[in-house]
Ligand binder design. Structure first.
Ligand code: HEM
Length: 261
């Protein structure tokens, strides 16, 4: 037995893959696809432990604000404080108390009380549990919002990386400086069936496919504007490099609706 033994290593890898796949299937079957009322009840209890911790984190934020009003934690943002209180209340009631009593205990005990093997519609019961994390994600966004702030962004900082990607995938021969100064041209270049690409394809396919250069270098608009001494180049740089001010709000309309503000 040695690590240099090819077949030995192959066998170990095979065994590991088999084992991990069995484990995956086991976990899925036992915890995710389960329709067993006791398993679902325990799932509810574990889930409410986690959500309870998040609710406790929010309670800690509330206590921090009440102990030191206007402290740097909330920065005197009263709306944010109210958001946290709301999220705390909603999480504690609907993701801790209700799941423990109705999801956990009721699911565990009632089938025993009525002398049944499971609840009626066990699959519905399972779905009832698994939609809960979805609801939690929607709700938790209220309390765990990112701060809202003004931000300056440089237009070029997000437009050039995107253009670079386009370039690498579409231009094999021309790898110079490209400046897309009109939406029309951008569209033409993106559209594989546009006249621009048709002409290139004809030239490529008919004679110069095997060569790595294009002998007929036509003077086209992008060459003119990408020429650094040209007026259009300078103008485009000025336009592109204007810093724009935007208000970054991590609170979407949906989140506000969910929160009921
Ligand atoms: C029933 C489930 C709830 C549990 C288990 C719970 C738990 C807690 C805990 C542990 C604290 C920290 C107290 C402290 O450190 O002083 C707290 C604070 C607070 N919770 Fe809840 N909470 C629940 C429901 C609610 C609801 C429904 C609301 C109202 C929306 C609410 C509003 C508050 C407020 C305003 C505080 C700060 C009060 C203070 O600390 O003096 N809670 N909660």
């Amino acid at each position: 037995v040695s690590v240099n033994n090819y077949f030995y290593c192959l066998n170990r890898i095979k065994k590991f893959l088999t084992y991990s796949n069995d484990l995956r299937r086991h976990i899925l079957k036992k915890y995710v696809y389960t329709i067993n009322h006791k398993r679902i009840a325990i799932n509810y209890l574990y889930f409410s432990m986690i959500t309870g911790l998040s609710g406790a984190a929010l309670a800690t934020m509330i206590r921090l604000e009440l102990a030191h009003p206007g402290s740097p934690f909330f920065k005197g943002d009263s709306l944010r404080y109210l958001q946290v209180v709301t999220a705390h209340g909603l999480i504690m009631v609907f993701f801790v108390v209700v799941p423990i009593f109705f999801g956990g205990f009721a699911n565990f005990l009632i089938p025993y009380h009525v002398g049944s093997k499971d609840v009626a519609y066990p699959r519905l019961n399972s779905i009832g549990f698994w939609i809960q994390p979805c609801g939690y994600i929607l709700l938790a966004k209220i309390g765990f919002l990112r701060p809202q702030f003004w931000r300056y962004y440089d237009k070029t900082s997000f437009s050039y990386p995107l253009l670079d990607k386009l370039k690498s995938s579409q231009f094999d021969e021309y790898r110079g400086e490209y400046l897309f100064f009109l939406d029309f041209i951008k569209k033409e270049l993106n559209d594989q069936h546009s006249i621009f690409w048709k002409i290139r394809k004809v030239i490529e396919i008919s004679q110069y496919r095997s060569f790595s250069f294009i002998p007929l270098k036509l003077l086209i608009w992008k060459d003119i504007i990408s020429y650094p001494e040209s007026f259009w180049y300078a103008a485009d740089r000025v336009v592109q490099s204007r810093r724009k001010k935007v208000f970054v709000s991590k609170c979407s309309a949906r989140t506000l609706t969910t929160a009921g503000w």
